[in-house]
Design a protein around this ligand. Structure first.
Ligand code: 5CA
Ligand code: ZN
Length: 411
């Protein structure tokens, strides 16, 4: 699938610091330790509705990972999927009397535009579920051949993953059985389906049902399960172990647990990802922003109203990426005021020396993406520049470059 256009990233003097990131699997902030090339997979959208600020916050968090690795001298290999065939997409298309292909293409196109407007660096591989059906079939066939998958004995053609064959199952989310069952039921799983070996076993291949699209490729007509889609796409482009698997905190279980289990059982290698990183949920009016609740603020709507995408970035970065937080009109107003102050200061012919500001930005962001403290450092420089001036003619340019390269905001 076509990715979106990239944007220039200024090179900064000196070198960035190694990035430390919270890892869900070990419940600790640990250094990422990529080689020359860092590998990152971030779960993409299910394109049945427009990009809302919750999605944007998650992709903006991982955009920081990308930028900090680059600043530290790594090449980044970034992979993202699009779940362009799954139950929610078919349900929405059915509800609106629309073709599911057209719906998926339209919302994916809008997502690309939103990401470009937000200056999110594009993935190197942007892969749809539909275009990876062949990869999924191959993976499921191997799991079947290895005895870690089974065909349900009810004539549906559904293939399930046998979670009992994954020796470390549960290591990623660290949830107990009860929590796993609850989240599995809430997030697309079918714990009560008759005939499964374990209630938590997830579907790998869903046999064709009347009126549903299906593909034929050796498993009988059907379509891919959700978790195996990401396992196959990541494995085939990043190898059996890569640096960061990312997404929102609602993917901690079952999605990331299952994808890791599929891949690890297949390759015999562990861990699938060295870090499982999860962004907090953005809410509106006290509830998680979600398509099913309908309490959404769309990036495209804000853009349509003339909101500067840079202010959306700063508004979302005003809170820490891991904290669940609310989007309110005040968040946006404050971000717009901040952006205006930073721009006014960066446009001055000279300002106070900014080497320490750059060092502070690097230091705070490399410590689990501490954007509130990074923003405070720029606030201080801008306030100094605007109130006391300064004689360093290189400082405004340095701050402009640092804010652009590290926070993705062009002043
Ligand atoms: N296609 C799958 C991943 S393979 C999916 O979860 N799609 S999604 O469209 O529902 O979500 C896309 C990304 O946005 C996921 O990482 C999800 O965790 C994140 N996300 C969804 N809602 C929110 C929210 N309210 N706040 C923050 N992130 C969110
Ligand atoms: Zn995914």
């Amino acid at each position: 699938m076509q990715s979106w256009s990239t944007t220039d990233v200024p090179r900064l003097p000196g070198s960035g610091l190694p990035l430390r990131l919270y890892d869900t699997a070990t419940d600790s902030v640990r250094p990422t330790a990529p080689g020359a090339t860092a590998g990152m997979y971030v779960c993409g959208i299910t394109p049945y509705d427009a990009t809302h600020l919750g999605h944007a916050a998650t992709y903006l968090a991982f955009d920081l990972v990308n930028r900090l690795w680059r600043d530290a001298g790594h090449t980044v290999r970034y992979v993202q999927n699009v779940t362009d065939i799954d139950d929610p997409l078919l349900e929405r298309a059915e509800r609106d009397g629309e073709d599911w292909v057209v719906l998926g293409m339209r919302e994916t196109a809008l997502f690309r535009e939103d990401m470009e407007a937000l200056r999110v660096l594009p993935p190197d591989h942007y892969i749809g579920a539909v275009e990876s059906v062949g990869e999924v079939v191959e993976m499921v066939e191997k799991l079947l051949a290895g005895g870690s998958a089974y065909v349900l004995d009810d004539g549906t053609g559904d293939v399930y993953f046998d979670t009992a064959k994954a020796p470390r199952f549960g290591y990623e989310s660290r949830y107990d059985e009860g929590e796993m069952l609850r989240y599995f039921g809430e997030r697309g799983g079918d714990p009560d389906r008759a005939g499964k070996r374990q209630p938590l076993d997830p579907v790998l291949w869903r046999g064709a049902r009347p009126g549903e699209p299906s593909w034929d490729g050796g498993l009988g007509p059907g379509r891919p399960g959700w978790h195996v889609e990401c396992a196959a796409i990541a494995l085939n482009r990043l190898g059996s172990t890569f640096d960061v698997q990312g997404g929102g905190s609602d993917l901690r279980f079952p999605h990331h647990e299952m994808s890791a289990a599929h891949a690890e059982v297949l390759t015999g290698e562990w861990p699938f990802a060295r870090h499982y990183a999860h962004a907090g949920m953005i809410g509106l009016d006290g509830e998680k922003m979600s398509k099913s609740r309908g309490n959404l603020v769309f990036v495209s709507r804000l853009r349509g109203d003339g909101t500067d995408p840079a202010a959306i970035r700063l508004g979302l970065y005003a809170g820490h990426y891991r904290s669940d937080r609310a989007w309110t009109p005040v968040v946006l107003t404050e971000a717009e005021a901040r952006l205006a102050r930073w721009r006014a200061a960066a446009a001055l012919p000279a300002g106070p020396a900014a080497d320490a500001t750059l060092a502070r930005l690097r230091e705070r962001l490399s410590d689990d993406l501490d954007t509130p403290a990074a923003i405070a450092a720029v606030d201080r420089w801008a306030a100094d520049a605007l109130t006391s001036g300064g004689a360093d003619t290189g400082a405004p340019g340095l701050v402009r470059d640092a804010v652009d390269a590290l926070l993705g905001v062009r002043l």
